[in-house]
Design a protein around this ligand. Sequence first.
Ligand SMILES: [Zn+2]
Ligand SMILES: [Zn+2]
Length: 279
Amino acid sequence: MNIDAKLKSILQAVMRAVDSEREKDAVHLFMQAVAHDPTLNQVDLPPVLTKVLGKSRTEFLIQAFAELPCMGCSRGIWLCDDCHGSGISGETSVCEKCTGLGAGNCGFCAGSGWITYNYMPPGLRPAVVLSRTRLVIAEARTLLELPLPEADLAGRATVRKKLVKQILAHNRLLGALGNAMEVVKRQSESTGAAKAMLEQVRAVGAKAVPRLEKRVRSLLGQLAVLAKLEADQATDVDEKKLAVRRAKYYATIMKSSDFKGTSLFHLHLKRPPKTVPRT
Ligand SMILES: [Zn+2]
Ligand SMILES: [Zn+2]
């Protein structure tokens, strides 16, 4: 890294921002350094930064990048603009855009609520993806410990709300892990410490994803049971129609292998197709 006078003054400003714990300023100033010296896009950054800024400032900067919020949403959640949050299309159909949940994952950050990896230099992504994955795993542990809300006709509005809230929360974490897996795939040529970090992310993600998806299936199953109970007791024709459709819809998608065609699908969580060697 060739430090000219301009780069030196930007890096000094980065250090001042870090020392006074101004996370956003530190990130934006560092991006100015990258714009001034694009070769920073081509190197494994943590060791370079450790030399220039010191170990603890480098760690602070990585954390600041990891926690920088997405500019398109609030904590990853997007309100469905087709059904305005009701989850119902017309009078008697499930809104398929949001899987009947009324909300879904933000299209910019896939629900993570964090700024996209494309924003940051490739050499910083392995460290940031590892830091974010640790946060996701901690949150997943808490979520998976919550009791499964059980379908109950008497308190149906509350139960549905709880089921939807939990599905969205699990799906948010799956979105964040999907983004992480995309980085792992895209930077598969990494070496040394970066490679080790990405391998750790891949291994931790491979364990967490099936557990989160299993829980999403159980939650969808309870939505199906609740709708079935509603259908059985409904006297109003439209109410019955909607409940029957909901029951059928959730019973079907809970069995899907990857939720393709619903707002619960994550492209990068899909296993790549096996390639058949040519003979
Ligand atoms: Zn909708
Ligand atoms: Zn977002």
